[in-house]
Write a protein that binds this ligand. Structure first.
Ligand code: NAD
Length: 264
């Protein structure tokens, strides 16, 4: 379905970004990976997912808090594949503290990585997407927001502010391109068991002096009626839907996949 297209997925060395990169590779997209840590293991997973289509996988290690590095990454993607057809703004971090105790550097880092990076990657990807398909435009921008783009939780001020911001950015990007083949939508997951959430589970188990099993049941039970994690594979399937012809006129939505969290 996406053979010949190129998807750039920020923060795709781990968790949700890796799951989405594998899902897009499995339907034929070449992948530009980004993110820190082990690159070769995730790169092999993505390449294996797309092996039947002979896809290519490259990596750029831009720090998404740095606009100049984001520009370098977008130029690298264009030099490797011509242009970026699908942009998944996924890289993100978390820090948990009450506002009066929230470290200023953590606030700045979360706003830069979870929100401003999406603006920079989007503004650089759009001109190529708008020219595609003989000037009719073709492109998909998928912003990984969160249920915290729709509702708040205590002690997550920077994260909730950034995620509400990215839902707003999604709507404006969709509206500015509504008459073209470029769509922009947000995905709003509830709990997904990735390293980002594992840290919160570890902190909870330690603070409450309970086992990991009890900490997990507490975490899910507080907010997620299904008492189940959403998986990176499920989120990958939603991203593939947005990229499919059936997604042509899905514009500016914030689609939660959250076990009923926001329905309450
Ligand atoms: P994760 O920690 O598993 O992965 C984060 C990825 O971002 C990694 O590849 C990491 O290297 C990369 N990254 C972090 N800082 C970066 C930087 N400065 N520059 C470049 N890359 C950077 O986390 P995850 O849970 O997969 O989160 C991915 C996205 O999904 C985030 O935006 C997060 O807010 C969102 N999200 C996660 C959950 C969840 O429950 N895990 C729920 C809702 C939304």
């Amino acid at each position: 379905m996406l053979k010949g297209k190129t998807a750039l997925v920020t923060g795709s060395t781990s968790g949700i970004g890796l799951g989405i990169a594998k899902a897009l590779a499995a339907v034929g997209a070449n992948i530009v990976m980004n993110g820190f840590g082990n690159v070769e293991g995730p790169r092999a997973e993505i390449a294996a997912a797309g092996a039947a289509h002979g896809i290519q996988v490259v990596h750029h290690g831009a720090d998404m808090s740095k606009p100049a590095e984001i520009a370098d990454m977008m130029a690298y993607a264009a030099s490797e594949f011509g242009q970026v057809d699908i942009l998944v703004n996924n890289a993100g971090i978390q820090h948990v503290a009450r506002i009066e105790n929230f470290p200023i550097d953590k606030w700045d880092a979360i706003i830069a990585i979870n929100l401003s990076s999406a603006f920079h990657a989007t503004r650089l990807a759009l001109p190529g997407m708008q020219k595609a398909n003989g000037g009719m435009g073709w492109g998909r921008i998928i912003n990984i927001a969160s249920v915290h783009g729709l509702v708040g939780s205590a002690e997550k001020s920077a994260y909730v502010a950034a995620k509400h911001g990215i839902v707003g950015l999604t709507k404006v990007t969709a509206l500015e391109n509504a008459k073209s083949g470029v769509t922009c939508n947000a995905i709003c997951p509830g709990w997904v068991l990735t390293p980002l959430v594992q840290k919160q589970l570890d902190d909870r188990a330690k603070a409450n002096n309970v086992s990991m099993q009890v900490a997990t049941a507490q975490l899910l039970g507080e907010k997620e009626p299904s008492v189940q994690f959403t998986t990176p594979e499920e989120l990958g399937a939603l991203a593939v839907f947005f990229c499919s012809p059936a997604g042509n006129n899905v514009r500016g939505v914030a689609w939660n996949m959250d076990g009923g969290w926001v329905a309450q």
